[in-house]
Structures are given as structure tokens and as C-alpha cells.
Design a protein around this ligand. Structure first.
Ligand code: SF4
Length: 351
């Protein structure tokens, strides 16, 4: 079990729910736009939001952004330790720094003092581009060099008495990312921030992130995650929620169980499955609804679902826990089935 680290009102590690993170992609000094984006992402399920602090204007924007949002704020800083101090004094609950590029160890010492006096957390780590030459010479580009580089950064902070540390070590290669976090898990009990870095554009990025993050979460590795996509950050949050649901770490949603369709399918179950998913998207109760192509296999294969539909011979059979209770002609099946979902959802509550 990893140590617990508090980031504002969110606790990570020590068995707490895996927190979803994302990052605003608007310049931080545009306070209104950034705060609106953070609030939009928080409503979509983001637990912690990060912003980059690139210059003084960005650093000065932190207190006002902090006031306008309710999720913990992380400031991402490179090179200038003064921005880290300003962000911490401005209310950022966590910073993300690279102790190696912040201007020397004395500067790290100053940041450490500010972290401790503000009760803030810090993420350090490595990525494929930041590994020290000595580690590369010794271990090549591998999980050992990546993870040891992250651990070097941890040791620098520990030297200054910092213990609210979160660690990351990301690569853009999925197998390397997974091996690196497995190695890290053996070596440290600080919470791990997992993700595949530079995962790419929407479609491929989701596949890479799902495999990388999913493999780790199934092994119990990862206390907070970010899906990195070259897309609107809201897509990262939606993908993150779906990953958590797929690996069983979030059960409070309506799972649509639907078959791939085949030559036995006689009605448009593809469009119906989509409609059911849209209709139930905001429901935070653990329910399973099946949309199956045919009556031959449908009810049996979806026997554990709260409600289901399967078609054949001009009618759709509606079933609960695999038992057919109603048959409706194809022409009215969709409308009737959506009505049945409405009833099911009302009896189970909606949030
Ligand atoms: S449930 Fe029926 S229609 Fe769907 S894939 Fe299986 S056999 Fe084909």
C-alpha cells in the first residue's frame, strides 16, 4: 500500500480512490478561461487540475484561479524556482517540478521550505527525455534508468525534509511505461501518478493510455492518473473515467453490454446501443443494460443484466436477469425499451 498524500481536499494513496487529473491547455494568465475550463472538467469527473506556470503573469494568476475553482490546483513549473514559491503562496496545493532544472540545490531548499509551510504536495519524476546521462550510460534507455532517475529526484526532496511526494516516470512507449511503474512500485511507497506520456491524438492516444494505465491499475499500481491526449482536455477526463470503469475501480455507472452484431442480427441494435449509452450517461448507479443482436444468444449471454433487449422474428424480447418478460414488434421496440430504461432508472435513482 502506498503512503497517503493530501492534495487540498483530495487524498491519494493508501487505498483512496484513484484520482483523475488533467491539465488546462489555455495560458494560465487568462484567468477567466482557465477557471471556466477547470470547472467544466471538474463537472466531467476531474479530481485534480494542473496548470503550467511559464512566466510571472501566470504565477500571479494562481490566487485568483484558486478562488474560482473547487478542485485542488497543481502548478507545473520548469526552470524558475520563484514561480514555484509564488504558486505555493498563491494557494496551489501541489507543484510539479523537476529538481534538476530549477536552478540548483539551494533553490530546491527554498521550495522545500515553502512546500512544508504551505502543507502542499509535490510531484517529481522523469520522462524519457529527462534521464541523467550517467543513468543512461549505465542502464541504457530502460525501466531502470527511468525509474532511478525519478527516485533520484525523490531523494533530493527527502534531503530537505519533504515527504508529501508523488512520483511519476512516464515514457511514450506503453511496454516501457508499464515496466517502469512496476519497477518503481517495488522501490518506493510514495503514491504513483501513472500515465503514458505523449500518447498521441485522440484515437491512438486512448488505446495507448488504456493499455498502459489499465495494465497498471489491474495490478494495483497507480494512485492518480492522467490520460495525455492531443485533444481537448475534457476528452482526457472522459477517457480516464472509462478506464477506471473498465478495470472495475468505478462501478457507479450504467454499463451497456452490447454484442458485436452478426448475420443473426435482424434489427438496428448498433444505433439502439448508442442511444441507451447516451440516455444513461449521467447516471451514477451501478446498473447493467444489455442490447443484444439476437434472441438465440442474447438473453443467455446477458443473464446478469438488470434489463436487456434482443431481437428475432419481427419482435424484440425484453428481459430482466435473462428472463424474457415482454415482446414488442421491431417498429415500437426502441421507443418501448427506452421507456423501460426510464422506469428502471427512476426506481434506482438518478444523480
Ligand atoms: S448475440 Fe446474437 S446477434 Fe449478437 S453477436 Fe451473438 S449471435 Fe450474433
Amino acid at each position: 500500500m502506498s503512503k497517503e498524500v493530501k492534495i487540498g481536499n483530495v487524498k491519494i494513496g493508501n487505498g483512496n480512490p484513484v484520482a483523475v487529473q488533467s491539465m488546462a491547455n489555455v495560458k494560465t494568465s487568462k484567468i477567466g478561461e482557465v477557471a471556466d475550463m477547470i470547472n467544466e472538467l471538474a463537472a466531467a469527473g476531474c479530481d485534480i487540475m494542473r496548470v503550467s506556470v511559464k512566466d510571472e503573469e501566470d504565477a500571479r494568476a494562481i490566487p485568483e484561479i484558486r478562488k474560482r475553482i473547487s478542485v485542488p490546483l497543481v502548478a507545473d513549473i520548469h526552470f524558475n524556482y520563484k514561480y514555484a514559491l509564488a504558486a505555493l503562496d498563491g494557494g496551489a496545493e501541489k507543484i510539479r517540478i523537476n529538481p534538476g532544472n530549477i536552478g540548483g540545490e539551494d533553490k530546491v531548499g527554498e521550495i522545500a521550505r515553502a512546500l512544508k509551510s504551505n502543507g502542499a504536495a509535490v510531484r517529481v519524476g522523469s520522462n524519457s527525455g529527462s534521464v541523467e546521462k550517467e543513468l543512461l550510460a549505465r542502464y541504457g534507455k530502460s525501466e531502470i534508468s527511468l525509474a532511478e532517475s525519478a527516485l533520484n529526484n525523490v531523494r533530493i526532496l527527502e534531503k530537505y525534509g519533504v515527504d508529501r511526494i508523488v512520483v511519476s516516470a512516464k515514457a511514450s512507449s506503453v511496454p516501457l511505461t508499464v515496466r517502469t511503474y512496476r519497477y518503481l512500485k517495488q522501490k518506493t511507497d510514495y503514491p504513483l501518478h501513472v500515465g503514458v506520456t505523449e500518447a498521441g491524438t485522440y484515437d491512438m492516444g486512448i488505446v495507448k493510455s488504456s493499455i498502459g494505465i489499465g495494465a497498471l491499475l489491474i495490478d494495483g499500481i497507480g494512485d492518480t492518473l492522467r490520460v495525455s491526449l492531443t485533444a481537448h482536455p475534457k476528452e482526457e477526463v472522459i477517457a480516464a473515467k472509462r478506464i477506471l470503469r473498465s478495470v472495475g475501480l468505478d462501478r457507479n455507472f450504467v454499463e451497456v453490454v452490447s454484442c458485436p452484431t452478426c448475420g443473426r442480427t435482424e434489427y438496428d441494435s448498433i444505433s439502439l446501443a448508442r442511444k441507451v449509452e447516451e440516455m444513461t450517461a449521467g447516471i451514477t448507479r451501478p446498473l447493467r443494460i444489455a442490447v443484444m443482436g439476437c434472441v438465440v444468444n442474447g438473453p443467455g449471454e446477458a443473464a446478469d443484466c438488470d434489463l436487456g433487449i434482443a431481437g428475432g422474428g419481427g419482435v424484440c424480447a425484453f428481459f430482466r436477469k435473462g428472463v424474457v418478460y415482454k415482446k414488442v414488434p421491431f417498429a415500437e421496440a426502441e421507443k418501448e425499451f427506452l421507456k423501460e430504461i426510464g422506469k428502471l432508472v427512476d426506481t434506482n435513482g438518478r444523480e
